[in-house]
Design a protein around this ligand. Sequence first.
Ligand code: DP6
Length: 359
Amino acid sequence: MIEELFIAKNDLSVLKQQYMFQAQAPSNIALVKYWGKKPHQIPANPSISFTLSNCHTTTKIIFNQKKKSLATFEVFFEGAKKNSFKPKLQTFFERIAPYVPFLAAFDMEIHTSNSFPHSSGIASSASGMAAMAHCIMQLEKTLDTQISEDYFYQKASFLARLGSGSASRSIKGNVVVWGENESIPKSSDLYGVPFPFELHTNFKNYKDTILLVDKGEKQVSSTVGHQLMHQHPFAKQRFEQAHDNLKKMTSILQNGDLDAFIALVESEALTLHAMMMTSLPYFILMKPNTLKILESVWAFRKETGLKLCFTLDAGANVHLLYPTYQEKQINDFITRELAAYCQNNHYICDSLGSGTHAI
Ligand code: DP6
């Protein structure tokens, strides 16, 4: 089992009383979507994403040698104790325990904050879990100085995945593939790998403007949505299609064909939401303004020929993707026409980033 490679040595003979590590991890936006999973956070299909830059989580973990027989943890969000984060973190710690046995020697104090507003409808689980995983790997590297850089990042992504699947794609690289696919050598269901080919210059510093259509809590969580793919009538075809789309995307990202990129990205976004609408129970996460934006984007593209397209997460917000060299005209259009569809005219400007780093 390849998972066994990720079991840390557990030599605790020299242990300091306290360690502290910090990491900053970005969010990411999937181009080919992960929707559906098998046990142990194994994806039902491979996915590929752009790593973001401005939307990120900063996390500091203080590891204190434990006082009682059972290790404990406390979590603080933007300075205040946040017990509602505990169940998800508890599950994360239980899942990663076999791979990081040294954690059992510590009580943890976790301090975390996001660069984006908390109630923005932007999922913080990808950036949050990636930052946690990176801090834990910094501790592992301190306890076992022999581990290589490759191992560090692979395992950080492996641990992040156990917290949240999409978090595996927030660790390293500006374009990341998670899940086995024949077009990507060394791709794995266990961790994300940086896109191994030269990215066409059209995609360098690609832009993502996130239109905050609905900042409220979603009615259906991603976790529930993934589960609904189990009895889904179109699941098999969808998983096959995602494999195909990933292969196509692998070529597009190298040849820079922006029309093909737009067609594939928008189709993936709508397919994701079509899966939601055709599961049992069915649900819709788009809002009326989401649709208005999609129509405006199509009309704008027809009129101007500019390479603006949209993608969607599991929510009502819209990610607008476009090349840097068309930034000016597209930004004018966003402020002039699309901002009005956002809650309080609020949107976030982001672009391609490179992953998680220690701070
Ligand atoms: C629609 O990674 O949030 O954003 O593994 O249950 O934490 P869990 O799910 P999560 O699912 C993300 C789904 C998505 C598509 C994507 O990012 O690929």
